[in-house]
Ligand binder design. Structure first.
Ligand SMILES: Cc1cc2nc3c(=O)[nH]c(=O)nc-3n(C[C@H](O)[C@H](O)[C@H](O)COP(=O)(O)OP(=O)(O)OC[C@H]3O[C@@H](n4cnc5c(N)ncnc54)[C@H](O)[C@@H]3O)c2cc1C
Length: 306
């Protein structure tokens, strides 16, 4: 059975950075990615807020640059899915789809997935007006009218953030009251830029190449209408790409992994980095920072425990 000093799971920005730091430190690593390296960045048309690229950069170009940094190193790149981890005091067993490997340290960088509405036009217009991240894309809609969809804390918080950038926000909520914290509800209801459309669902995103508007339906009256906006932010939740953690792993109520500031989980020798962590700011820059910190901590752990 193949044994590594460190096994990195996930080939997004967090995993790539963790790999780079460990390889530069001369650590024997394995790197598991179930698809091609890149993670969510490959779904991103333009990234405007990653430092060092003042003109912005295409998602796939950024990944090319990040992975090129690994080219000089010889290490095991494993195209497979991790389906389970068994934690042991000195060496952890990691189950892939058809075999097992072992590693003294494991860095989990498997990311997260924004929930989709699953309505017509959503996938086609993602990155062309349909977004899931205000921090990422809010700037594209300065002084324009947008819609936000959702009714929990994230929808309220992100609408407040967007209200500083855009001209007007239609906050579309399928119920007649919000679920989010009262403090955010008050702020939203008192914000002159935000108009709430209660009891309303989006039924289709419309537009040839870019979003031109949203078909709506009132769930109480069944009335149908059309909202002219060129930006729509879907805030109906985020799921961790987990499900394979060791049974002792501590997570938050949504299943994101809890870590300390050094990216250490409650399981000795297992670290987590990037969007899979329980945290607020999920961005490429924070994933990269987490990846570097997790690698440093894993290296320190190996030194202390060899
Ligand atoms: C549409 C969109 C636009 C965005 N725009 C921006 C932006 O403009 N600026 C910005 O900073 N951020 C943006 N983000 C967020 C940013 O992409 C993420 O914060 C970042 O990619 C997180 O990196 P990560 O390495 O933690 O995880 P991910 O990028 O999610 O990578 C995780 C990787 O792990 C792999 N994986 C998952 N489970 C397993 C498993 N069991 N076994 C093996 N491999 C597995 C996945 O295939 C994936 O490649 C955007 C996200 C989306 C979806």
């Amino acid at each position: 059975m193949k044994d590594y000093e460190s096994l990195i799971i996930g080939g997004g920005p967090a995993g790539i950075t963790a790999a780079l730091y460990l390889l530069r430190a001369g650590i024997n690593i394995g790197w598991v990615e179930k698809l091609a390296p890149g993670g969510q960045v490959l779904m991103t048309e333009d990234i405007e807020n990653y430092p060092g690229f003042p003109e912005g950069i295409k998602g796939y170009e950024l990944i090319d640059k990040l992975t090129a940094h690994l080219d000089p190193f010889d290490f095991d790149k494993i195209r497979d899915e991790v389906v389970g981890i068994e934690a042991h005091p000195s060496t952890h067993k990691v189950k892939l789809s058809e075999r097992e490997v072992t590693a003294k340290t494991v860095i989990i960088c498997t990311g997260a997935k924004w929930k989709h509405l699953g309505i017509p036009g959503e996938d086609r217009l993602m990155g062309r007006g349909v977004s899931y991240c205000a921090l990422c894309d809010g700037n594209f809609f300065r002084n324009q009218d947008v819609a936000c969809i959702g009714g929990g804390d994230t929808a309220l918080e992100e609408s407040l953030y967007l209200s500083k950038l855009v001209r007007k926000i239609y906050l579309i909520h399928r119920r007649d009251a919000f679920r989010g914290a009262k403090v955010y509800q008050d702020k939203v209801l008192n914000n002159p830029k935000i108009e709430v459309l209660y009891d309303t669902i989006a039924t289709e995103f419309k537009g040839d190449t870019d979003l031109e508007g949203i078909s709506l339906k009132n769930v109480k009256t069944q009335d149908e209408s059309f909202l002219n906006v060129n930006g729509a932010f879907v805030f109906i939740g985020l799921n961790p790409a987990g499900g394979f953690y060791p049974k002792e792993m501590e997570t938050d109520s949504l299943g994101f992994i809890k870590t300390d500031p050094e990216m250490m989980t409650n399981v000795p020798g297992i670290f987590a980095a990037g969007d899979i962590r329980s945290k607020h700011c999920r961005q490429v820059s924070t994933a990269v920072g987490d990846g570097a910190t997790a690698a440093y901590s894993a290296q320190f752990y190996l030194e202390q425990n060899s």
